[in-house]
Design a protein around this ligand. Structure first.
Ligand code: OX2
Length: 835
């Protein structure tokens, strides 16, 4: 391609080719140019919003230049690329991250100061890109950061929701959902008006025999919706590599069809069609770990899978390589089962559109895909009804049936004696209506399946996917324990701690090789280091205390023990256990004499998290936390001994303030239910300890940091089923302490008891989540934390050692494991000139 361009053109181009700013002068010039021209503001009406806009656009220019070079270089290199398909990317704010990754935050700070602005205020203007629910979406965002930072040629594919996760308001103690229209001003996206894909729904399948007598299927006469691409540049840390996150937005197909309607006076109908099309990418479904089976959700999934695959195939075809090269050029990772339709879609493209025979196509498909499972909980495993798929995607249903036929024939040949096996593993559940089990389809259509922490990866092999291990062998199933990006979760969220570590390690190399942290273990007993470490924690707690004062009006003492549980509200995560424990503590404090009370370790119990709008029980928990807070925080007898805070609208940018401010954080899911958890890693990396169950990544965190540095309690995963059985046959045994808590609730201590009867009844009746069985151990462990915290020197020792041993939990390690075990891709460092 290069050779075809005349030299004069090249010279002219090179002479004027855009280059990013590198110093303060150039930054100011870029920012002011954007404020004056792109934003049409002037010196006299440049507020913080405009300053943010100018700064963001100046950085976007830089990112786009590196983005162009990266993409060009990756195309020329012609190596294997990774595509990460995720319905959720919980990116949070972009500006601070871009400044730090590009290494020009100080330049921008000085420049903004010249223009009369404070960096912190400007950063605070940005709205979170909240295109996700919780851990699954944030994991995808951390992975993008690591992929770029490690120079992997990789793209993310997702949906450009007009409304991200709702904004949570707490009104009279209740959660109220407010729409999050976040696209008002989004300088980070780059509309690609030239990149569109037409996506078909409904219609029917016509069959005919071609000249060779081969049966051909044509899916036709459906409804067409257009996918428009929006690109978001993803800068790596300390590297020019800038990858791409492509988000699809839905639009009515602009074709003759609409135009005719319009002309013939069917104006309303054509407007209606347009709105219907735009609905597909309008909202993120706000359920975490829960499958609801809504038709529009299935439409979202197909729309996004089909657009992404079309894009990937189009890029591959440009290379003119043979189809068998496809899996050598392309690895596609399925983030949970949400993108599973990509499997039948690729098979459809290869067989129906490209004319490959079934078996050749299928081997390409299987070698291309990898599937990550994130849960074993039945209520979160996706199933779609056969009639629904039949109606929406008639050809895909045929293909799924054929995939299943081939698969079951293989199973039958391999296990001729196991008669129940076929119905157990069939992709089609023989229920009424019949259902497609998406996880099974994902397993059959992928060459590797992974869980997200060791316990979880073992559990999927011994429970929900047990039969598939028999069928395919152990090797198809593997583990990649989750991780987090230390750039955002240490360097950005806790700059002072990052600086302290860098001062001892002689620089910031640890941000790209987190195992280097082990070197600070040598300072765990160093007086000065300890003091500096302690001061940083205190400053971070003060920052959070100020935030709490500003947003709730409650004054909390930064010297108190900060006990934090922030995550989606879910019964399996057991915020109810936490708040019942808080009530237990409150009752104990009330029963003490003032002298006794003075001796107790003061605590601030901090909660945060959203409940799915239709999840009644989760909303009850939020209400109870707020009511307990109202009573406890206003009880003059209690004072600083206990405060209970609910932080409204927990999101990524709030987590950046919260994670550095914990003494203890809670990761107390019923054993065997939390696949990994990732906030546990964030808290420990920032110098906090954990109270937790033997679940998810808590187990590996314990192994890394040592048993003495974590507070574990509760029943083990292997015993949970037996206890549930006991509950069914012998009834639930209510713990004495818990009974007192329930009595207090029933007596109206926290408002009308009817409000909370669902919450207490579910424990009394089934206690599926083992709240009562774990209650005593939980309270005792909390008491031991009070004792441990009193010995500040020993506490500091524990926290420093823990930070030093967290190197394993970097998302960079995850990406390297995926690259080697699943994708078979190599990093691709760019030459400085971008060629
Ligand atoms: C979450 C899991 O609940 C959590 O344990 C895990 O850390 C995270 O995914 C990232 O792997 N939806 N969200 C999850 O699973 C599902 C399903």
């Amino acid at each position: 391609v290069e050779a075809e361009i005349p030299d004069e053109q090249k010279t002219a181009w090179k002479k004027h080719s855009a280059s990013g700013f590198k110093n303060k002068e150039d930054f100011e010039s870029a920012a002011i140019r954007h404020i004056e021209t792109t934003l049409a503001r002037s010196l006299y009406n440049c507020d913080e919003g405009a300053a943010y806009g100018g700064t963001a656009l100046a950085f976007r220019d830089r990112l786009i230049i590196d983005w162009n070079k990266t993409q060009q270089s990756h195309t020329f290199a012609d190596q294997k690329r990774v595509y990460y398909l995720s319905l959720e990317f919980l990116m949070g704010r972009a500006l601070d991250n871009a400044m730090l990754n590009v290494g020009l935050k100080d330049v921008a700070r000085d420049g903004l100061a010249d223009l009369g602005f404070r960096m912190e205020d400007v950063i605070g203007i940005e709205r979170d890109a909240a295109l996700g629910n919780g851990g699954l979406g944030r994991l995808a965002a951390c992975f993008l950061d690591s992929l770029a930072s490690l120079d992997y040629p990789a793209w993310g594919y997702g949906l450009r929701y007009r409304y991200g996760i709702f904004k949570q308001e707490i009104i009279n103690g209740y959660q109220v959902e407010v729409p999050d229209y976040w696209l008002d001003f989004n300088p980070w996206e780059f509309p690609r008006h030239d990149v569109t894909v037409d996506i078909q729904f409904y219609g029917h399948v016509r069959k005919y025999n071609d000249e060779n007598g081969r049966q051909v299927s044509v899916w036709e006469n459906g409804e067409i919706v257009t996918a428009n691409a929006y690109d978001v540049p993803i800068p790596g840390y300390n590297t020019p590599t800038t990858n791409n996150l492509r988000l699809w937005s839905s639009k009515a197909a602009s074709g003759e069809f609409d135009f005719q309607k319009f002309n013939s006076g069917e104006y309303e109908q054509s407007v209606h069609d347009q709105m219907r099309a735009e609905t597909i990418s309008a909202v993120l479904y706000p359920n975490d770990n829960l499958d609801r089976g809504k038709e529009l959700r299935l439409k979202q999934q197909y729309f996004w899978c089909a657009a992404s695959l079309h894009d990937i195939v189009r890029r591959f075809k440009k290379s003119k390589k043979a189809w068998k090269e496809f899996p050598n050029q392309i690895a596609i990772q399925l983030n949970d089962t949400h993108p599973t339709l990509a499997i039948p879609e690729l098979q459809r493209i290869l067989v129906d559109e490209e004319g490959l025979d079934w078996d050749t196509a299928w081997s390409i498909v299987v070698n291309t895909f990898g599937y990550t499972n994130h849960t074993v909980m039945a209520e979160a495993l996706e199933k779609w009804s056969v009639p629904l798929i039949q109606h929406l995607l008639p050809r895909h249903l045929e293909i799924i049936y054929e995939i299943n036929l081939h698969f079951l024939q293989y199973v039958e040949r391999t296990f001729p004696k196991d008669r129940d096996m076929l119905s157990r593993v069939s992709i089609v559940e023989e229920s009424n209506p019949k259902m497609i089990r998406m996880a099974f389809l994902a397993i059959v259509g992928s060459h590797k399946v992974n869980g997200v922490a060791e316990l979880h990866s073992d559990l999927i092999k011994t429970t929900i996917f047990k039969d598939f291990v028999k069928i395919y062998g152990q090797d198809k199933f593997t583990n990649v324990t989750n991780g987090i990006t230390p750039r955002r979760w240490l360097h950005q969220a806790n700059p002072k701690l990052s600086e302290l570590i860098a001062s001892k390690l002689g620089g910031y190399d640890f941000l790209k090789d987190l195992t280097l942290l082990h070197k600070i273990e040598a300072y765990a007993d160093d007086k000065q280091f300890r003091k500096a470490f302690q001061d940083i924690k205190y400053a971070n707690k003060t920052r959070l205390a100020n935030y709490i004062k500003d947003t709730t009006g409650v004054k909390v003492n930064p010297a108190a023990l900060f006990d934090i549980q922030v995550k989606r509200i879910h019964e399996y995560k057991r915020q109810q256990l936490n708040i019942f424990g808080v009530i237990h503590r409150y009752l104990a404090l009330k029963a003490m004499s003032p002298e006794e009370r003075k001796k107790m370790q003061p605590r601030v119990s901090i909660f945060g998290g959203k409940a799915a709008p239709g999840y009644w029980m989760a909303k009850c928990i939020i209400h109870l936390v707020n009511e307990v807070g109202r009573v406890v925080n206003n009880d003059p007898e209690i004072g600083d001994a206990l405060k209970v805070i609910f932080i409204e609208d927990y999101n990524v940018s709030k987590c950046e303030i919260i994670a550095p401010a914990s003494d203890i954080s809670e990761h107390i899911s019923t054993a065997g239910t939390e696949a990994s958890g990732t906030s546990n890693m964030k808290f420990v990396l920032n110098g906090g300890l954990i109270i937790g169950t033997c679940d998810g990544a808590n187990i590996e965190i314990t192994r890394e940091i040592g048993e003495d540095n974590i507070f574990l309690f509760g029943n083990l995963a292997e015993d949970v089923e037996d206890i549930r059985h006991q509950h069914t046959y012998e009834g639930v045994l209510i713990d004495d302490g818990l009974q007192k808590v329930f009595d207090a609730i029933h007596n109206g201590m926290f408002g009308h008891s009817d409000e909370f009867s669902a919450l207490t009844n579910t424990v009394v009746n089934h206690d599926h989540w083992l709240t009562s069985a774990d209650f005593e151990a939980y309270c005792k462990t909390q008491d031991s934390i009070d004792v441990a915290f009193k010995d500040q020197e020993s506490w500091l020792h524990k926290t420093i050692i823990s930070v030093a041993r967290m190197g394993f939990f970097t998302a960079d390690r995850c990406i390297e494991e995926y690259a080697e075990m699943i994708w078979n891709v190599e990093p691709q460092k760019m030459k400085q000139n971008g060629a």
